[in-house]
Design a protein around this ligand. Structure first.
Ligand code: GDP
Length: 595
C-alpha cells in the first residue's frame, strides 16, 4: 500500500459506503478495519466522526470534519426526523402526564376550550385523542400564531410506542403536580421515563387556587429528582397554574413554545408522509378509522398508505375538529378512513405513490419481514442514500477454487441485477472459507457461497455459532440458482386474489354496534364462511373483510352457490350498502421467481 497521508473531509455521521467512496478505498477494506477496531458495521450503516478518525489512522488518511455540515448533522442526531432541503419549524407535540386526580383532564379541557375559535357552533368539539391550539394573543409577540399539538394518550402508551419504534411521539412532556398533594408514585414514574428517554419536561404545578396548596414544598420534592426550578438556579421550567380557573395556563402555553424554540423542531413538508397511529377504532358507516399524528412530510387525500399490516387509500381526511381537509403537514393530528383493516396503536403510517407498493409493504409488516425496516428507513432517510436503500440486495461473499471459476460466477451473478433488486458481492477470493470471511459476513449480513472448495474447521464452527449461512457447490448453475432463491426470499411476494364467487348486495338486515348482516345474491361461483370478500360501488373497491357466517332461510350454512340468495354476517361497522357488487376471494402469496 502506498503510505501517503491523504486528506478527506466527512460529516459527523457517514455511511460506511460513503466513507469508502471519499477515501477511494474498497468497502471491504473499510469494513475489515472497522472489525479490527471492534465495530461491526455493514455497508449502509453509519459510523460517527470519531470512529472514522480512528480507522483513518490505520488506513493512512487524515480525516477532517466537513465544516458546512457540522450544524446540520448535529441536528440530525438529536431529532427524530432528518431530511432534505425544505426543513421548516413544526409545532411541538406535547403530552400531559401526572398522578391520577392531579388535574390532567381538567387542564386538557381548559386548553381545548380556549382553542375553540369564536363563532364555531356550540363550541363543543368531538373528543379525539389529539388537538391543536394556536396562540392568538400571547404576551410574547414572537409567539403569535404559533401552534402546539396536544395528544391525549395514556402516558405509558406514549412511552412504550417510543421504545418500540425508536422515536418519540412526544417532543415535550408536561408533568402536572397538584400543589395540595405533592410528588406521588406516578409523578416519579413520569420523571424517570422522561429522563430515561431524554424528553424535556415542563412542570405545571396545579391547583394553586386551593388554600392548602404549597408550591415551595412541591419544588423541594421535585429537586430531589434533579428537577430544579429556574428561580432556584436550576434548568427546569415550572409554571404555577389552576387548571380549573385557567390562571397561568396562557403562561404554560408560552413556556411550551419557548422550549420548542430551544429544541429547534423542524420537519420537511415536501417529503412523503410518515406518521404514527395514536388511536384506532371501527366506526359505523366509515369502517376502520385511525387517528394519526403526521411526523414528517405531507399527507394528502387520495394517497395510498400502509400502516403496519393495514393498507388502503386515504378516502376521508379530517382535522381534529372532524372537518374535511385536503392535506396535512408535520405535527398535525388527522383522522383517516379508507384502510381495509384496523391498524395498531403506535404503528407507522407510510404514504406511497401506488396502492400496490402500499399493499406490499403492509404484507411485509405482517410477516415481520426485516426489509420493512429498510423501506421505513427509506422514507425518513436523507436524499443521498435513498437510492442506496430502495433496492433489495442480497449480500454475498464468494470463494472459489481458481480465478477462472470466480470470474464465471461473477459474470452470471451480474446478469441477475435489475432496478429493484440485485446481488452484491461484498468480497470474493480464491481458497477455502476462512474465519475472517465469516466475520465479514456477519458485519455485512451476507451469506457465503463456495465453489469447489472446503471450509476451515474454525470457520465452520464460527459460522454455526453466529448463524451465518455457508454453502458449497460443485456446479456453477446450482450456485447461481441458490443465490436466486435466496434473493427471491428477500422480495415481497406476488399477491394474487383468486376469485371464488361474486354477486350483489340486495339489502342490509342489521347494522348496529353488535353486528352487521347483509343479504345478497350469489351470481357466479360459490361463497363460503371464512372467505375474504371485497365490495364495490361503481366499480371502485370500497371495503374488504371476511365472511363471519352465512345463512340461508333460517339456518346457518357453510356455503352458498351460484343462483341462490343468502345472508352474510360481517364485522360490525362494515361499510356496505344495498346495490354494491361483491367478490369473494382467496389471497395467494406467490414467491417471486428470479430469472
Ligand atoms: P386527572 O385524573 O389528572 O385527569 O384529574 P382531573 O382533571 O379529573 O381532576 C381531578 C379533580 O381535581 C377534579 O375534581 C377537578 O375538578 C379537580 N381539579 C383539577 N384542577 C384543579 C384546580 O386547578 N383547582 C382545583 N381546585 N381543583 C382542580
Amino acid at each position: 500500500m502506498v503510505e501517503t497521508e491523504k486528506k478527506i473531509q466527512i460529516p459527523e455521521v457517514i455511511t460506511v459506503k460513503e466513507f469508502a467512496d471519499r477515501a477511494n478505498l474498497p468497502v471491504t477494506v473499510v469494513i475489515s478495519d472497522l472489525i479490527k477496531n471492534g465495530v461491526l458495521a455493514s455497508i449502509n450503516e453509519t459510523i460517527d466522526f470519531e470512529t472514522a478518525s480512528i480507522i483513518g489512522v490505520d488506513l493512512g488518511l487524515e480525516v477532517e470534519l466537513e465544516e458546512k455540515t457540522q450544524k446540520v448533522n448535529a441536528f440530525k442526531s438529536e431529532q427524530k426526523i432528518s431530511s432534505g432541503k425544505n426543513m421548516v419549524f413544526r409545532p411541538p407535540v406535547v403530552t400531559v402526564m401526572g398522578h391520577v386526580d392531579h388535574g390532567k383532564t381538567t387542564l386538557l379541557d381548559k386548553i381545548r376550550e380556549t382553542s375553540v375559535a369564536a363563532g364555531e357552533s356550540g363550541g363543543i368539539t368531538q373528543h379525539i385523542s389529539a388537538y391543536q391550539v394556536t396562540l392568538n394573543k400571547p404576551k410574547n409577540k414572537d409567539l403569535k400564531n404559533k401552534t402546539i399539538t396536544f395528544i391525549d394518550t395514556p402516558g405509558h402508551a406514549a412511552f412504550s410506542a417510543m421504545r418500540e419504534h425508536g422515536t418519540a411521539i412526544t417532543d415535550i412532556v408536561v408533568l402536572i403536580v397538584a400543589a395540595d398533594d405533592g410528588v406521588m408514585p406516578q409523578t416519579i414514574e413520569v420523571i424517570k421515563q422522561a429522563q430515561g428517554n431524554n424528553v424535556p419536561l415542563i412542570v405545571a404545578i396545579n391547583k394553586t387556587d386551593l388554600p392548602d396548596s404549597d408550591v415551595t414544598k412541591i419544588k423541594q420534592q421535585l429537586s430531589e429528582y434533579d428537577l430544579v426550578p429556574e428561580d432556584w438556579g436550576g434548568k427546569t421550567i415550572m409554571v404555577e397554574i389552576s387548571a380549573k380557573s385557567g390562571l397561568g395556563v396562557d403562561n404554560l402555553l408560552e413556556m411550551i413554545l419557548l422550549q420548542a424554540e430551544i429544541m429547534d423542531l423542524k420537519a420537511d413538508p415536501a417529503e412523503t408522509a410518515v406518521g404514527i397511529v395514536i388511536e384506532s377504532h371501527m366506526e359505523r358507516g366509515a369502517g376502520p378509522m385511525a387517528t394519526v399524528l403526521i411526523e414528517n412530510g405531507t399527507l394528502r387525500r387520495g394517497e395510498p398508505i400502509a400502516i403496519g399490516s393495514a393498507y388502503g387509500k386515504v378516502r376521508i381526511l379530517e382535522d381534529y375538529r372532524s372537518e374535511a381537509i385536503e392535506s396535512a403537514g408535520p405535527s398535525t393530528p388527522v383522522r383517516i378512513a379508507g384502510l381495509k383493516s384496523l391498524p395498531d396503536f403506535g404503528a407507522r403510517l407510510l404514504a406511497f405513490s401506488s396502492e400496490k407498493e402500499a399493499r406490499e409493504n403492509a404484507f411485509l409488516a405482517q410477516e415481520g419481514h426485516s426489509s420493512i425496516k429498510i423501506s421505513t428507513a427509506k422514507r425518513i432517510a436523507t436524499e443521498e442514500n435513498n437510492q442506496e436503500t430502495e433496492k433489495r440486495e442480497l449480500n454475498l461473499i464468494v470463494k472459489a477454487d481458481v480465478v477462472g471459476s470466480l470470474e464465471a460466477i461473477q459474470k452470471s451473478l451480474n446478469e441477475i441485477n435489475s432496478t429493484d433488486y440485485g446481488i452484491k458481492v461484498i468480497a470474493e477470493g480464491v481458497g477455502p472459507i476462512s474465519d475472517s470471511d465469516v466475520t465479514l459476513a456477519r458485519a455485512t449480513k451476507a451469506i457465503i457461497l463456495g465453489f469447489r472448495i472446503s471450509i476451515a474447521g474454525v470457520a465452520k464452527h464460527l459460522a454455526e455459532k453466529e448463524n451465518i449461512q455457508t454453502k458449497i457447490f460443485q456446479v456453477i448453475y446450482e450456485l447461481i440458482d441458490y443465490a436466486k432463491e435466496e434473493l427471491a426470499n428477500l422480495l415481497p411476494p406476488e399477491i394474487i386474489e383468486e376469485e371464488l364467487g361474486n354477486g350483489k348486495v340486495l339489502a342490509i338486515f342489521r347494522d348496529d354496534k353488535k353486528g352487521f348482516v347483509a343479504g345478497g345474491s350469489v351470481d357466479n361461483g360459490k361463497i363460503t364462511t371464512g372467505d375474504e370478500i371485497k365490495f364495490f360501488q361503481d366499480k371502485d373497491e370500497k371495503y374488504r373483510t371476511k365472511i363471519l357466517s352465512l345463512r340461508r332461510e333460517k339456518s346457518e350454512v357453510k356455503e352458498s352457490v351460484s343462483g341462490t340468495e343468502c345472508g352474510f354476517s360481517l364485522p360490525a361497522g362494515a361499510t356496505v350498502a344495498a346495490g354494491d357488487a361483491y367478490i369473494a376471494f382467496k389471497t395467494i402469496y406467490k414467491k417471486r421467481k428470479i430469472k
